[in-house]
Design a protein around this ligand. Structure first.
Ligand code: AQP
Length: 329
């Protein structure tokens, strides 16, 4: 029996942080043996908010390099840049026109959050339409499972709705995808505010630990991270800041949160934070070394062959879709 397929992607906007790694990339690496995997650098999503063109190009390569350094194996998994496969834009337009409804779109919380920054009036139509483009990304590849962090679940739900609606109207065309969210890393919270997710576009750099941070930055950021009242190192909902730090510790050390609690019985926040900082550094140093060993040329070679393979799958699906909606092929 052939393997089931997974698809996921990350925007080349801002600095990738350990939330992106723990909520998404770490799971992709673990899943790639079991699934036929397609991982995308979603540059078309990134331009829904302003980007400097030169920085966007650099970040696009950087994200692909991060995938490789994290352990995505290009011999096994397809890695490509979204804008290299024009079918993403084509399917987005068709879904926009025949399946997506304003009523669906107005429920999308990410648009509400992101458009708040500059006001809805100034938000781009692309930002509003982001979830339909994402639905297209997923549906083009007959994706069975989409591994994402919790914040993207609503968008995968929309992809499910659009697939069902299209299938109902035009006959069986799209696989209705499931999402895969791993409980432990599903939402890493901001170090400066445990009520909101860690985010690349956060105003303060003390919100996140970037995958590019050096050891001193990591130590400084963890020292400054907000903590809850009390002394004990306990994993509890009424201590959201501590719970978040314990989660990060457990995921990077590959131990359970209970084991973290046990390890720090009788210790203080300061001891825990020092140890956490060294755990993060012990992860980042070899990770960054692996990144530095992968040249731009190596990355581009992987991306070109990934685009070829992804393009073939996507093109086939587009022929079927175009035929169904009444285009002349
Ligand atoms: N804090 C998080 N904890 C766990 N997972 C997270 N993800 C994002 N933040 C966290 C997951 O990372 C993947 C890539 O996200 P994206 O680049 O497509 O955009 P996003 O979800 O909007 O992520 P960011 O980092 O917060 O970016 P900005 O600030 O640009 O919005 C997704 O699987 C996401 O769930």
């Amino acid at each position: 029996m052939s393997k089931q397929r997974i698809f996921s992607g990350i925007q080349p906007s801002g600095n990738l942080h350990i939330g992106n790694y723990l909520g998404a990339i770490k799971n992709w690496v673990a899943l790639q043996d079991q699934y036929e995997s397609i991982f995308c650098v979603v540059d078309m999503h990134a331009i829904t908010v302003p980007q400097d063109p030169e920085i966007l190009r650099k970040k696009t390569i950087e994200i692909a390099r991060i995938y490789l350094a994290a352990g995505i194996d290009p011999a096994q998994s397809t890695i490509f840049i979204q804008s290299h496969v024009k079918a993403h834009a084509e399917l987005c337009w068709i879904l926009n026109s025949v399946t997506a409804r304003m009523g669906d779109m107005e429920k999308m919380t990410q648009f509400k959050d992101k458009s708040q920054k500059e006001g809805t009036e100034r938000a781009t139509v692309g930002l509003f339409d982001y979830p339909v483009l994402m639905a297209g990304d997923i549906l083009l590849y007959d994706t069975q499972t989409v591994p994402v962090g919790q914040d993207q679940v609503q968008h995968v739900e929309l992809a499910r709705t659009l697939a069902r609606r299209f299938n109902k109207r035009f006959g069986e065309t799209f696989v209705v995808p499931e999402y895969f969210v791993k409980e432990e890393g599903k939402m890493i919270m901001g170090l400066d505010n445990p009520e909101k997710k860690m985010s690349k576009s956060a105003a303060s750099e003390y919100n996140y630990i970037s995958l590019m941070d050096n050891a001193d930055d990591v130590r400084k950021k963890i020292r400054k991270a907000v903590t809850d009242s009390g002394e004990e190192i306990v994993y509890r909902d009424d201590k959201p800041a501590l719970k978040n730090l314990i989660n990060i510790y457990a995921l990077l050390a590959n131990i359970s949160t209970q084991d973290v609690e046990k390890k720090f019985v009788g210790k203080r926040y300061g001891d825990f934070k020092n140890d956490l900082a060294e755990t993060v550094v012990a992860f980042l140093v070899p990770f960054q070394k692996r990144m530095s060993e992968i040249s731009d040329e190596d990355v581009l070679t992987v991306l070109r062959s990934g685009a070829k393979r992804a393009g073939e799958i996507a093109e086939k699906k587009m022929q079927e879709v175009k035929e169904k909606v009444g285009f002349i092929i």
